[in-house]
Design a protein around this ligand. Structure first.
Ligand code: NIG
Ligand code: FE
Length: 417
C-alpha cells in the first residue's frame, strides 16, 4: 500500500459542494475551500481530506496506516481538481488551413463540406498515415492538454470512417500516455466516399459496433446527427444497438441546424449531448429534467461564426453543463482551455464558479466518471492541479495557463519548468 500525505495546502478547493449538487446550479461557495488543508491518498485514491489541523494519529489508525506516510508540502500553494476535457477529435493527420480562409471569404461549413472539404478532407490523410505517425502526432496534442491541467481526456475516432481505419485510430488512442484517456467511437461522423450512406450505416450496425464492443476498443459511442450527415432514423437504430451492446451514448446534436437529436439522445439515456447550439426551450427543459450533461463547445461556435448555445438558460433551468474544446482541425483548431473558459464567461455569461465546475466535475459526469474524477473527495482518484496564482487567474487570459503541476492518482505527471 502506497500512502502519500499532502499537507499544509494554503488553499484546497475541493468542489465538494458542487458534487453534492451533482453539478447543477453551482455557486462560488460550492467550490468548497479548505484553508490550510490536507489530503491522504492510498494507492492513488483519496482516503481522507480535511483541515491540516485535524490530521492526527487516530485518522491514520482508522485507515490502517502503520508506517509514517510520505509527506508532500504545499505551503503557499493553491490546489483544485484537475481539468477533465470531455470532447476532442485529437487523432488525425493532414491539414485544413485552407478551409479557414474559405470560411473567412464567406463559405459556410456545409458549403465547404459539399465541395469535399470539412471532415472528408482529413479522412484521406488519416487513412494514409501509419499507426506510428498518428501516435506521434496525437501524443504531442495530448501533452499539450496535460500541460494545461487536463488529467482526464476524451478522444473520439471519426477521421477513418471505414472499419479498418476506425480501429486503427482506436488502437492509437489506447497507446497514448499521460492523462487518463477515454476513447469514443465516432464512426458515424460522415459517410466514407467509397460507400453509400445505406451501406455504411448497415456496416456500422451489423459489424463495427459489435467488433468494438467485443474487442473492448471503446466504452462509449458518438454520432453526428445533422442534415447531410446522419438522420434521426439511423440515430435511433444506432442508439438501440449501442445500448444492447452496453455502450454509453454521446451525440453531436443541433450543432448547425435543428434535427431533433437532443430529444432522441435523452430518450436513450445519453450521458452527454454535445454542441446544443440550435436547441429550443423544449430541449432546454428536457435536458434540465434529465441525467444527461450538456457539453458546450464555444470555440467551435466562435470559429464557425455561429451563435453560442443558451448556457445561461440551461443552467438557470437546472441543467448540468460541461465545457470542452472540441479540438479538431476544422471547426475548432484551438487546443486552449483558457479560450473556452473566456468565451464561456464573456459570451455565454457563465460565472467563474460555473465555468470551473463545468470543466471538472460536470465533464466527469459527461464521461460517466463522476464517481472517480472532477472533485477532491474520499474514494475519488487523487487528481489535482497546483496553480501559479489564485483561482481567479483561470479563464481570464487567453493562451495563459496558470498551472504549475498536474497530479493524477497521487503521481506528479507534469511540472512547469
Ligand atoms: O464537433 N460536428 C462534427 N464534428 C466536429 C467537426 C469535425 C470537423 O469539422 O472535422 C465538431 O465540430
Ligand atoms: Fe466534435
Amino acid at each position: 500500500m502506497v500512502v502519500k500525505c499532502f499537507r499544509k495546502i494554503h488553499e484546497l478547493w475541493t468542489f465538494q459542494g458542487a458534487a453534492k449538487k451533482q453539478g447543477r446550479a453551482v455557486k462560488e461557495a460550492d467550490l468548497s475551500l479548505i484553508k490550510d488543508g490536507a489530503m491522504l491518498a492510498i494507492d492513488g485514491k483519496i482516503a481522507w481530506v480535511g483541515s491540516d489541523n485535524d490530521l492526527n494519529n487516530k485518522i491514520l489508525n482508522e485507515l490502517n496506516i502503520q508506517k509514517d506516510p510520505e509527506e508532500i508540502f504545499f505551503k503557499d500553494k493553491v490546489l483544485m481538481p484537475s481539468f477533465v476535457e470531455a470532447h476532442t477529435h485529437s487523432v488525425f493527420a493532414g491539414d485544413r488551413t485552407s478551409e479557414f480562409e474559405m470560411r473567412n471569404q464567406g463559405k459556410t461549413y456545409q458549403e465547404i463540406a459539399n465541395e469535399g472539404g470539412a471532415i472528408l478532407n482529413i479522412v484521406q490523410a488519416t487513412r494514409e498515415a501509419s499507426k506510428k505517425m498518428l501516435l506521434q502526432l496525437a501524443q504531442k496534442r495530448v501533452d499539450r492538454f496535460l500541460e494545461q491541467g487536463v488529467s482526464c481526456l476524451e478522444i473520439k475516432s471519426g477521421y477513418g470512417l471505414d472499419e479498418k481505419n476506425e480501429i486503427k485510430i482506436l488502437n492509437v488512442i489506447k497507446e497514448l500516455k499521460g492523462p487518463t484517456i477515454v476513447p469514443t467511437y465516432l464512426g458515424p461522423h460522415a459517410c466514407p466516399p467509397e460507400l453509400t450512406i445505406e451501406e455504411y450505416q448497415k456496416q456500422i450496425l451489423e459489424k463495427t459496433l459489435s467488433y468494438i464492443a467485443h474487442n473492448n476498443l471503446a466504452q462509449r459511442v458518438d454520432i453526428f446527427i445533422e442534415k447531410n450527415y446522419f438522420d434521426i432514423q439511423f440515430a435511433r437504430a444506432y442508439f438501440k444497438k449501442a445500448k444492447d451492446l452496453g455502450f454509453d451514448i454521446a451525440a453531436h446534436v443541433e450543432q448547425l441546424s435543428h434535427s431533433g437529436g437532443t430529444i432522441l439522445a435523452l430518450e436513450y439515456g445519453a450521458k452527454s449531448i454535445e454542441h446544443a447550439v440550435e436547441i429550443t426551450n423544449i430541449e432546454v427543459e428536457a435536458i434540465a429534467n434529465s441525467e444527461t450533461t450538456a457539453v458546450l463547445l464555444p470555440t467551435a461556435d466562435f470559429y464557425l461564426k455561429a451563435p453560442y448555445p443558451p448556457a445561461r438558460n440551461l443552467i438557470d433551468k437546472g441543467a448540468r453543463v460541461a465545457l470542452a474544446t472540441d479540438f479538431n482541425p476544422g471547426s475548432s483548431p484551438a487546443q486552449d482551455l483558457s479560450f473556452v473558459g473566456v468565451l464561456a464567461r464573456l459570451e455565454m455569461k457563465m460565472s467563474l464558479a460555473e465555468s470551473l465546475c463545468a470543466y471538472t466535475l460536470n465533464s466527469a459526469f459527461a464521461l460517466g466518471l463522476e464517481h472517480l474524477k472532477g472533485s477532491i473527495d474520499t474514494n475519488k482518484s487523487c487528481d489535482f492541479i497546483v496553480l501559479e496564482d489564485n483561482l481567479s487567474s483561470l479563464f481570464y487570459s487567453v493562451g495563459y495557463h496558470p498551472v504549475k503541476e498536474v497530479w493524477l492518482a497521487a503521481e506528479q505527471k507534469y511540472k512547469k519548468s
